[in-house]
Write a protein that binds this ligand. Structure first.
Ligand SMILES: [Mn+2]
Length: 202
């Protein structure tokens, strides 16, 4: 493996509150990633959920679905996602990512950013159901999007670009000390699909 395919990104100290990140910008070969993107867009039963904010119903600015142990569910922002069984192609992806990251995953939130108008606002994946200091692997397909990080106390900002086929491991500290987002990207026409693999107890 080319040494540039794996980068350890030191998150600056921020009062000793480190967030652990590992990044493989060229994790999946482009041709394989192309096929997987096409498959993900076609074969995922996309949901378009709405959230209630101050008495108003607002569509979530992206499509999504949730995979894991059937009969379980995941709740965030008032949305309940009942787990679908991993299709075999996603199961294969899950296992490859487990091998690369040496972590265990049994859930995936899959997001479809149809174009630059789709986004996810500042948040941390810190629901109690995800356990203490969750480890989350984020795999990106499709058009490159910006991934912003902001420290909760210092306001320090970091930005990464997440290209087609890249793998980002968000480790201890990242959800408790930082928020992250995918900002809108004006004029961008192309789609991105993102898988975030997580671990939850059944
Ligand atoms: Mn997130």
């Amino acid at each position: 493996m080319d040494i540039f395919e794996e980068q350890n990104i030191p998150m600056s100290l921020s009062g000793g509150r480190l967030g652990y990140i590992r990044f493989w910008p060229n994790w999946m070969p482009p041709k394989e990633a192309d096929l997987l993107l096409e498959r993900a867009i076609k074969q995922t039963p996309w949901r378009h959920d709405t959230i209630n904010m101050m008495g108003r119903t607002i569509p979530v600015p992206r499509l999504q679905n949730w995979f894991g142990t059937p009969g379980t569910s995941y709740k965030y922002s008032g949305i309940r996602l009942d787990a679908l069984e991993f299709p075999s192609w996603m199961e294969q992806l899950r296992r490859s990512i487990e091998i690369q990251t040496k972590a265990d995953f049994n859930r995936a939130l899959v997001n479809y950013y149809r174009d630059g108008n789709d986004s996810v606002d500042w948040h941390a994946d810190d629901e109690t159901s995800l356990g203490n200091e969750p480890v989350i692997a984020s795999f990106s397909l499709g058009v490159e999007r910006k991934f912003d990080l902001r420290h909760n106390l210092t306001g320090e900002r970091l930005s990464l670009k997440l290209p087609h086929g890249s793998l980002l491991l968000m480790g201890p500290g990242l959800q408790s000390f930082w928020k992250h987002r995918i900002p809108k990207s004006r004029g961008l026409q192309d789609a991105r699909v993102n898988f975030t693999f997580r671990h939850m107890t059944d």
